[in-house]
Design a protein around this ligand. Sequence first.
Ligand code: ZN
Length: 403
Amino acid sequence: MQGTLGGGLGPGPSAVDRRALLVCCFILASALGQMNFTGDQVLRILAKNEEQLSLLRDLESLKPQKVDFWRGPARPSLPVDMRVPFAELKDVKTYLESHGLVYSIMIKDIQVLLDEERETMAKSRRLERSAGSFSYSSYHTLEEIYNWIDSFVMENADIVSKIWIGDSFENRSMLILKFSTGGSQRRAIWIDSGIHSREWITHATGIWTAKQIVNEYGKDGTLTNILNDMDIFLEIVSNPDGFAFTHSMNRLWRKNKSSRPGISCIGVDLNRNWRSGFGGNGSNDNPCSETYRGPYPHSEPEVAATADFITAHGNVKALISIHSYSQMLMYPYGHSLEPVADQEELTWPVGSPWTGPTTAASSTPSASSSGTPGTTASCCRPPRSSPQPRRRGWPSGPSWSTP
Ligand SMILES: [Zn+2]
């Protein structure tokens, strides 16, 4: 999995070559009209108390569309990360300093990382073409992913099939993979990735997951048992219009691309458009917000297609949505703070001793909207011996950014 924005794939070109390549990338990007983020920074702020958190939330209101929270103000123990456009940096830093908010610069110039990412992708694409293979450790465009889906289904037709579930706002196909070993209307697990289009690592995670399911069936006991009894549906590109736009125009686009008469801002946050908890905490009614929920539940064709498929199936028992940037596991339902009945089982599933990292993660809110490439989506739990107080969903308060 590509682990960093500028993750290389082998010995790189010389410094001079590299500079030339970057210049070429920049010229090409400019020619294509892609948005440039030169000088934009990501600041990390550690709020000391609720009052400081409130000041950060005020900043979001004062600078709508200007400050892009990758990890929103949640609680004092959690850092707040936000992208600030170059033109706003002076004002925002002055605001932070005048209120005693201590910050550090996490990313000094986002465009540098984006240029490196583009360069890495171009290099990987050349290698793929020359080798006639598909790299599972690189990012791909929508067309490349859809081509891969066709090949993958053809090569593994005994276990995988492709299903069209609808069209996006811009009439792109919504495709899912069905992993099945037989039966009819079996109980099923739904997994989706890429509902926030800029979270590229999640698309890559979806592709990698598909490959692993095929590779591990018959080898891994747990997976084999699941597939012998259940089907798995996997939607790798849940927001195809937004995803195409991140490649063609704006790498940091998060919403879909729907437009409505009389509304100047484009797009709805598809992950705020579900009927469940519509309009609750963490969503916004301002069409220009990154967390705009849309005019009504399932107003967006991408969400409606997914909801219709799952509803019509009628036997889907689990839904998993993969996001990136924050390292956390969130339980249903994101709009509520009430613990679910099976909270304990979700935290420490029976029969699956925890062997992963001990970083305290939580289902607690937080917000990552960015999905900046280079962040792997994973989750972690506290060790059994030191259970942490856990909360779920978004805290009450204005506009948290993601997932
Ligand atoms: Zn997300």
